[in-house]
Design a protein around this ligand. Structure first.
Ligand code: CMC
Length: 388
């Protein structure tokens, strides 16, 4: 929106649409061709050939590791997986009836109290903090989930990857290699996505010269919103609310065509085409369909029917297509993960991207301080309280 004033021309970019706030080498999103690159590497290739741990290294160092460097990196992750007793104590104390993203915000903030060296920190410190935080996330997510159900948290296993640990620490089960691969792929696809709302929130905090953990807590807070990361939880709730493929058409008419609600897991600020990450989820779902039990198949078919109905509706005329949260919700459901952990898993993965941007932004820091154009009243007379 542009407002023309006698004395100056003011441009207002609501929602900062199409505004560039920095130069960056981290992520290229070619939203017209549907391609994403992390530090120049095609995400389609990383999703199929790499691991979340390797992508984490890439996002922290700006390059892929040698075999020796990667081994050392993995050793550091393994050595950092266990939670401090004080952190477990805080996890026990957070109320059990809150959303896990809000609990995560508290726990990560407390970890900052134990680890932070304050507002002065280097890129090396960012690497240290990130390894420590990401390595502990499976124990935090799994621990919170189990404690809330009255179960003992499990010990992380050094013989398992981060994805396999997530599955194990949440459910107590060891998963099939194909399932671990599915979750690992999802962690790679979620790890980074340019200057999205949560990354921007983290960078705004970093730009003030504040400490690393304050930035991460800001990122978690932003990701918790249903227009952003919470959409994967919302998408599953929607599938369960519909319940059966036979209900989809009526539900869509009553809720979406009537414009009463937005279809969760559809639409994206950047894409007016299919989300380039979607195809990887769809391929995994297609390849593993034979293994679904009856209940999983019903939810899967409900989601696929909803997809089909939405793709033949007014939404595509507006360029509204399914985003990655639609498909990750389905993958996590198929993996029999409880919905409480969906957005926390997104947060764990995206810590890679937040940290990468925080480190890059601080290298050429300028305080982020936009303006709001004042349209209120002026020169009002103050009337003392007794005379009002
Ligand atoms: N369902 C129905 N209509 C929609 C949807 C939707 N999901 N998304 C956008 N629209 C309509 C919107 O009503 C508007 O219509 P009109 O032009 O008639 O006013 C038009 O499309 C443009 O929408 P917008 O809100 O101006 O677009 P935006 O770029 O600001 O919104 C969005 C992006 C993600 C907030 C929005 O698409 C949305 O609310 N989606 C549902 C929540 C969701 O899935 N969020 C995840 C986002 S992507 C991954 C992530 O960040 O985690």
């Amino acid at each position: 929106m542009n407002i023309y004033m006698a004395e100056e021309r003011v441009s207002i970019y609501r929602g900062l649409k199409n505004v560039y706030v920095a130069e960056s080498k981290i992520c290229l999103i070619d939203h017209e061709r549907g391609k994403i690159y992390y530090y120049g590497y095609d995400l389609d290739e990383l999703a199929q050939k790499s691991s979340y741990e390797e992508v984490l290294y890439l996002l922290l160092h700006g390059r892929l590791p040698t075999r020796r460097e990667f081994q050392e990196f993995l050793d550091r992750i393994r050595g950092s997986m266990r939670l401090d007793p004080e952190v477990l104590e805080v996890m026990k104390r957070v109320p059990k009836d809150i959303d896990m993203m809000e609990a995560l915000r508290t726990v990560v903030s407390y970890m900052g109290n134990l680890r932070s060296r304050g507002p002065e920190y280097t890129r090396e410190d960012v690497v240290d903090y990130t390894i420590d935080l990401v390595a502990k996330m499976p124990s935090i997510i799994g621990g919170l989930y189990r404690m809330w159900r009255g179960e003992e948290p499990l010990e992380p296993r050094e013989d398992l990857s981060l994805a396999a640990n997530l599955l194990y620490l949440i459910t107590g089960r060891e998963y099939d290699e194909r399932d671990v691969r599915g979750l690992d792929m999802s962690l790679i696809l979620y790890a980074e996505h340019g200057m999205n709302a949560s990354t921007f929130a983290a960078v705004v905090v970093a730009s003030t010269g504040s400490d690393y953990y304050s930035s991460i807590v800001a990122g978690i807070g932003a990701l918790r919103g249903p227009l952003h990361g919470y959409a994967n939880t919302g998408a599953l709730e929607q599938f369960l609310e519909i319940g059966d493929p036979s209900n989809v058409e009526r539900w869509f008419k009553e809720n979406i065509e009537s414009r009463k609600r937005r279809l969760i897991g559809f639409g994206h600020r950047l894409y007016r085409i299919h989300d380039p990450r979607a195809k990887h989820y769809r391929r995994w779902l297609e390849e593993n369909r034979e293994r679904f039990d009856e209940e999983t198949r019903r939810v899967y078919e409900t989601a696929m029917k909803l997809y089909e109905v939405a793709m033949n509706s007014f939404l595509t005329e507006k360029g509204i297509y399914p985003n990655c949260d639609y498909w990750s919700a389905l993958l996590y459901y198929v993996l029999k993960l409880p919905k409480e952990v969906y957005t926390p898993i997104f947060a764990m993965s995206r810590i890679a991207g937040w940290s990468s941007h925080i480190a890059e932004y601080r290298e050429d820091n300028i305080l982020i301080r936009p303006k709001a154009y004042y349209i209120g009243e002026r020169d009002k007379k103050y009337v003392p309280l007794d005379e009002r």
